[in-house]
Design a protein around this ligand. Sequence first.
Ligand SMILES: NC(=O)c1ccc[n+]([C@@H]2O[C@H](COP(=O)([O-])OP(=O)(O)OC[C@H]3O[C@@H](n4cnc5c(N)ncnc54)[C@H](O)[C@@H]3O)[C@@H](O)[C@H]2O)c1
Length: 258
Amino acid sequence: MDIRDFSLDHFGLHGRVAIVTGGNTGLGQAFSLALAKAGAHVFVPSVLDDDGTTRDLIEAEGVRYEFLEIDITAAGAPRDVIDTCLDRLGSVDVLVNSAGICKLATVEDFGRPEWDPMIAVNLTAPFELGHEASRHMIEQGSGKIINIASLFSFLGGQWSPAYAATKHGIVGFTKAYCDELGQHGVQVNAIAPGYFATKITEATRADPTTNQRVLDHIPAGRWGDVADLMGATVFLASRASDYVNGHVLTVDGGYLVR
Ligand SMILES: NC(=O)c1ccc[n+]([C@@H]2O[C@H](COP(=O)([O-])OP(=O)(O)OC[C@H]3O[C@@H](n4cnc5c(N)ncnc54)[C@H](O)[C@@H]3O)[C@@H](O)[C@H]2O)c1
């Protein structure tokens, strides 16, 4: 591409179709709306429907919103997600693996009942969804897979060995998929959000000592607002990032440098 051909249109997603797992709450809702604002139709598979807020937000952008109530860890669910999206919206151009859970307990109390569901939601489901989506993306010669990592893709953290294990794992999966899929025009990257004020971090924010410890560690001096993630999402989903492969983009107010 000649440098004169670059344009802000390269950030646009007009007519594209994006799947955002768990895309009607928390960070997921911000990923969905960011993609819709860039012009993409949005398909959200999740265990829980919301009160209609996400549909209203997305449709207000003049794009389509489709919801599928599904547990993405159930046998055959990832294939159902991809097939239903293809059936309802005609394509799968972007996959954002956002759905995630976090169970907290000390090392002594953290056993298989805590470990197994986290591996299933945070790691196995993104892998299976990526596997199913990549068939379609390889065939069309393009696609974007964005895995949602975490600061605990780099750090240990207390009270959830499975969280760090799954978030380290999703970065490995991102790199492995990137390595094979780059040749097919499919870019696989990750976003590692820092500390954001959502349901998953309620317990951390409720404890004044832990809350202050987090704040003291953030050069930006504040918890992340979900809107802080929207630019990174559009970038990694768009043509503007076509030569960005296997990258983990931290959006953390600088947490990792301190
Ligand atoms: N909130 C933060 O500060 C933060 C920081 C770093 C990374 N993350 C990651 O961001 C992602 C989104 O987290 P969030 O904070 O928006 O949490 P959230 O709890 O608001 O959203 C998680 C979503 O996943 C869905 N979900 C859970 N299990 C599912 C299943 N089995 N099948 C289908 N859907 C399922 C839930 O219904 C919910 O909509 C997660 O991967 C999380 O680990 C969050």
